[in-house]
Design a protein. Structure first.
Length: 416
């Protein structure tokens, strides 16, 4: 049975206190306590994420009747009415009001008009109709409408890698960064200058705005069909997914961006050389070992790299003359390998240029968090001379890692 957050925090605090009381000569006991601290930190972050997911699920629960009601919502009608200065009518008006309440509840200031989370996660053709029978709705249903969140997840490499995806959050997500400690050379009876020897810090996952921009013809919004609704959802989710995928891999952690895996402090590292190096079997095993020595080789383990590295691995033998290659059957050493050109291939190191990166780790330890729905700004003026409507959709996300040591990367791979 899973333990409560307060129970884990109590045990973690007790172990930290025992560690701080140790004398400098208790090396073995100190290492044992550090291992226990690491275990409790992981358990605590897992519990925090599960608790947040449970609260979001409860807060956003809708009945079947409410879900059928939500299926009356039309993205096309909503944006058409937004063009007319937000003069909404019918169910779209109700959802605009719901979006305003939702945003206020999670501390987001809408810049335009909102599409609430309840629409993004629930809108689908009514399940009570049988499309194969004309009299039972078959004449009314052209095709099943897309559910925004499902359509978004389908486009995420994060989803393919097993990333933890949380939507409909109600507040900040307070994760704990594991203990950091330092080593010192001491005389036999010397005292450490750092009395605490270990420190922990909380870091909050909180809403960060990502803006999605596109343009549509005014005539498009004069249509009314599921095809047009699906087209709009597809366009929005494609741009949305690209931004999230990029942030997970390369996010700088500055200027409002989340911090991506390649920029996390504390992940494992395999270094090729002063000017980079060709990837070989030893370096691949080194990535896996870097994660394993931290007892983090569990969960959704996978490789993430780009197409240049994939090409190199498919033509590089593990050992000369074996006809066994670094990558075979879409896997590296039995682990799923996902390829995206969002992983950089333009890294410079020493005299090496055009170097690539590869990541190995437990991607379930990455948390992709979302607050609220979409904040839609409809601009009928900027592109008026071409008859287009500019749309800016704001979404609110953050990306964090429950345990940085769950990952290792090589950032100086020579592929040519």
């Amino acid at each position: 049975m899973s333990r409560k957050i307060h129970e884990i925090r109590k045990d973690l605090s007790a172990v930290i206190e025992n560690f701080r009381k140790l004398g400098d000569d208790k090396k073995d006991e100190a290492q044992s306590l550090l291992t226990k601290i690491d275990e409790y930190t992981r358990e605590l972050n897992d519990a925090i994420v599960v608790d947040a997911a449970d609260k979001a699920l409860a807060a956003n629960h809708v009945t079947d009747a409410e879900r059928r009601e939500i299926n009356r919502f039309s993205y096309t009608k909503y944006m058409r009415e937004a063009i007319n200065r937000g003069e909404f009518s019918g169910f779209e008006k109700e959802m605009a009001e719901e979006a305003t309440r939702e945003a206020a509840h999670v501390g987001i200031q809408l810049q335009g008009v909102g599409i609430p989370h309840v629409v993004l996660v629930n809108k689908r053709a009514a399940s009570g109709q049988n499309v194969s029978v004309a009299a039972d709705g078959g004449n009314l249903v052209q095709e099943e409408s897309l559910v925004y969140i499902e359509a978004l997840r389908a486009k995420l490499i994060l989803n393919e890698l097993g990333v933890t995806f949380l939507t409909g959050l109600q507040g900040n997500l307070p994760l704990v960064k594991g203990g950091q400690f330092s080593a010192q050379w001491l005389a036999e009876n010397g005292k450490m200058t750092n009395g605490d020897k270990v420190a922990f810090e909380k870091y909050l996952l909180s809403p960060k705005r990502v803006a999605l921009t596109g343009a549509y013809s005014k005539q498009l919004f004069l249509q009314s069909s599921l095809d047009i609704d699906n087209y709009i959802v597809t366009e929005l989710t494609t741009a949305h997914a690209k931004a999230l995928n990029e942030a997970m891999v390369n996010g700088s952690g500055t200027s409002g961006q989340p911090k991506g895996i390649l920029n996390l402090e504390g992940i494992g590292s395999v270094v090729g050389g002063e000017n980079g190096a060709v990837l070989d079997w030893k370096k691949i095993v080194g990535l896996e070992t870097s994660v394993a020595v931290e007892n983090a080789d569990l969960g959704s383990l996978a490789y993430l790299t780009n197409s240049k590295v994939r090409g190199a691995m498919k033509t590089t033998e593990k050992s000369a003359g074996t006809a066994r290659y670094l990558m075979e059957g879409g896997e590296v050493n039995g682990y799923k390998t996902v390829v995206t050109n969002l992983v950089p291939s333009n890294i410079t190191k020493g005299t090496g240029e055009g170097l690539s990166a590869m990541i190995f780790g437990n991607f379930a330890d990455v948390v992709m968090a979302q607050w609220g729905g979409l904040d839609i700004l409809v601009d009928p003026y900027t592109l008026a001379d071409s008859g287009d409507i500019k749309i800016v959709a704001n979404a609110f996300h953050d990306i964090g890692c429950k345990h940085e040591k769950s990952f290792a990367a090589m950032k100086d791979i020579v592929t040519a």
